[in-house]
Write a protein that binds this ligand. Structure first.
Ligand SMILES: [Zn+2]
Length: 224
């Protein structure tokens, strides 16, 4: 297995005091820093994303302009490119980050797969170039950008783990729903303290079992 870590949107506007502050966001920033200090060598590549919106437009309807934000599809203005709100939270040590992704320039972009690095490379290109088979995901917010990034990573064929003590969400119910949905979709939902190797193997085995089951079911269909 070759593993990548995605650190999703640990930015000032998504942490306490920010335009769209998530309760527990600052603790996630500090927790990810501690985790990276102990586990940087577990990862072939560490990727961090930032929501990075235009200042002079509503970013494809992402910012509420004529009505109050619904906090589902429309949001208060946040993470304007180049402003303090768009910067990484100061408690997040990015010295161990290899690739910085920006997303959301002029459009709503919840998934890290919708962004590019400074050279224009996509996440798919980064994963392929490093031969990545497994992705761990941490960051903000559980119910939006973490969810969307994890679903896209699964779609990409990765074995995905969401580290539950290193994420925080906009609301408790939608966050619980998102983790349940991701678990159902094939992600391993685990705390960062869980044995990474064993958890990874479990995820891989579970995937293989599902494929084997699917194959068996197909054979049964053919035999009938
Ligand atoms: Zn946004």
């Amino acid at each position: 297995m070759t593993r990548a870590l995605f650190i999703i949107d640990v930015q000032n506007d998504f942490t306490e005091g920010g335009a769209l502050g998530v309760e527990g966001g600052a603790a996630v920033a500090a927790g990810v820093t501690d985790y990276l200090g102990a586990h940087r060598d577990d990862y072939a590549v560490v990727v961090a994303s930032r929501d990075w919106h235009d200042a002079d437009n509503d970013n494809g309807g992402h910012f509420a302009t004529d009505a109050d934000p619904d906090f589902v599809d429309t949001w208060p203005s946040h993470c304007i490119a180049g402003t303090p709100g768009a910067e990484y939270h100061p408690a997040l040590d990015v010295s161990g980050v290899d690739v910085h992704i920006r997303k959301g320039q002029g459009i709503p972009a919840y998934s890290i797969f919708e962004g590019t690095d400074d050279a224009g490379a996509t996440i798919t290109e980064v994963l392929t170039s490093h031969g990545i088979t497994d992705v761990d995901i941490v960051g903000l917010a559980t119910d939006y950008c973490v969810r969307a990034s994890a679903l896209d990573a699964l779609e990409h064929g990765q074995h995905v783990r969401v580290l539950t003590d290193l994420v925080a969400g906009v609301a408790a119910q939608t966050s619980a729903d998102a983790l349940a949905e991701l678990g159902h979709a094939g992600a391993v939902i685990a705390e960062s303290g869980a044995d990474t190797g064993a958890a990874g193997e479990t995820g891989a085995d579970a995937g293989a079992d599902r494929e084997a089951d699917a194959g068996t079911a197909g054979d049964d269909e053919g035999a009938r």
